[in-house]
Design a binder for this molecule. Structure first.
Ligand code: GDP
Ligand code: IMO
Ligand code: MG
Length: 430
């Protein structure tokens, strides 16, 4: 089982970090393949909470080589702070490898992200304002600086000059801001950050292929999720990378034939941070309850997450887009004590019914959910260690999901801690 992909199936924060940490027990490498520090992945081990942004979620194991792949955008200041924070908690990050081909988030990317959002006004996307979109935009414009440029002062200066030649005009003429001076940026990046990051920088593609040739196991850890995907998400309310499984290949440099397992992480309900359509969104006291019990506030930005019922139209699409071999359903414990649960099985608009995602986005903005109601359960399931002990209503909920989407729900989260995951034998073939 050489390459496993962990991918979010909804709008992020499904518990990818936690499941990556769990699955990493049997891996050799854990690779982040896209996104940046817009991600917030939380691990809870031995009662301690570890919120990660850029460092892969295998970091807690001594046997894992954590890798930040070429598809990631890196703010060096944030990465250095994260390494220091981990070290202050006795987590050794010295095995970390960072791709020289990954792009750098520069100070002007962060500024542009904030300015773009401000200019969009009521149409704002609700980005994390970390500079992610502008960094990927510069990459596509061929104006980006890469991690390897930190190792060559002349190239860094030359590229920064070209980038600022463009960006300073945008800052001044579009946003009426003062130009940035290359010297200030170069001093920080070359004199302060580069010496600290140098030992981590390498050719991660060669490293991973040598590992695969030696029969080692690699886990590719997605950030964000299927419906935040630049191509397949609810555009423009998306991130600027490809979290879907295809992005795992390009973002790590590993071809698709190495991949044998694709684990889709789904919350037992749905959450979303930021703007955009959300067919099953709840605005009632059940929403408040789920936010309270599920602690639905961003790991990263602290923003209250929007919540809604589980959406099987989305989940079916996630199965297709990612070739999911199985689903890990997290936070089932949060649904305990809700008398009547609802699951969205189709969208409806103007007399039409959609069991698959409608291709025209405006339908998603206006559609209503068709729900199947299911009885809830009142027992606390957070202490359960054997799936056979799940209340019948919870087992029915899982069986309903896997029947509807056609892949097994193999793992079930019943609490935030590493060991609070049940492994099921399911009747579906995989
Ligand atoms: P990620 O971005 O997909 O890694 O997810 P986040 O870490 O941003 O958000 C998931 C949150 O749910 C974190 O606070 C986790 O500790 C927590 N969590 C994960 N799985 C479970 C679960 O099965 N039950 C409960 N109650 N919490 C969980
Ligand atoms: P993890 O990996 C949830 C959302 C933002 C915004 C949109 C674009 O923890 O699941 P960006 O800053 O990427 O340009 O913002 O994407 N977003 C996330 N939502 N979880 C995340 O990461 C997210 N990363 C970005 O809220 O709506
Ligand atoms: Mg998160």
């Amino acid at each position: 089982m050489p390459v496993t992909i962990v991918v979010g199936t909804q709008w992020g924060d499904e518990g990818k970090g936690k499941l990556t940490d769990l699955l990493a027990a049997k891996m050799h490498f854990v690779v982040r393949y896209q996104g940046g520090h817009n991600a917030g992945h939380t691990l809870v081990v031995d009662g301690q909470r570890f919120p990660l942004q850029l460092v892969p979620s295998g970091i807690l194991y001594l046997h894992i080589t954590p890798v930040i792949g070429n598809g990631v955008v890196i703010d060096p200041k944030v990465l250095i702070e994260e390494i220091k924070t981990l070290e202050s908690r006795d987590i050794d990050s010295s095995a970390l490898k960072v791709s020289g081909n990954a792009h750098l988030i520069m100070p002007y990317h962060v500024e542009l992200d904030t300015l773009h959002e401000r200019h969009l006004g009521r149409s704002r996307l609700g980005t994390t304002k970390r500079g992610i979109g502008p960094a990927y935009a510069d990459r596509a414009m061929r104006l980006g600086l890469r991690v390897q440029d930190l190792l060559d002062r002349d190239i860094f200066h030359a590229k920064l000059k070209v980038a600022l030649n463009h960006t300073n005009k945008v800052l001044a003429k579009v946003f009426n801001r003062l130009p940035l001076t290359p010297e200030d940026i170069a001093e920080k990046y070359l004199d302060e950050y580069a010496p600290i990051l140098k030992p981590y920088i390498c050719d991660t593609v060669a490293l991973l292929h040598e590992a695969l040739e030696a029969g080692q196991n690699v886990l590719l850890e997605g950030a964000q999720a299927t419906f935040l995907d630049l191509d397949h998400g609810t555009y423009p309310f998306v991130t600027s990378s490809n979290p879907t499984a295809g992005g795992a290949c390009t973002g790590s440099g590993i071809g698709p034939l190495h991949v044998t397992r694709v684990v889709g992480i789904a919350k037992a309900y749905v959450t979303r941070v930021g703007s955009g359509p959300f067919v099953t969104e709840l605005f009632d006291e059940i929403a408040d309850r789920i936010v309270d019990v599920g602690v639905e506030y961003g790991t990263n930005t602290g923003r209250r997450r929007r919540v809604g019922w589980l959406d099987l139209v989305m989940l079916r699409q996630a199965v297709r887009l990612n070739s999911l071999t199985e689903i890990a359903l997290t936070k089932l414990d949060v649904l305990s004590d809700i008398q009547q649960l609802k699951v969205c099985v189709a969208y409806k608009m103007n007399g039409k019914r959609f069991e698959s995602i409608p291709y025209h986005q405006s339908v998603i903005h206006q559609a209503e959910a068709e729900y199947v109601e299911m009885p809830g359960w009142s027992t606390d399931i957070s202490g359960i260690t054997d799936p056979q002990q799940l209340p019948a209503a919870a087992a029915d909920y899982l069986a309903f999901i896997e029947d509807a989407v056609g892949v097994p729900v193999r793992l079930v989260g019943v609490g935030p801690a590493r060991e609070q995951v049940l492994e099921r034998q399911t009747c579906l073939q995989d």
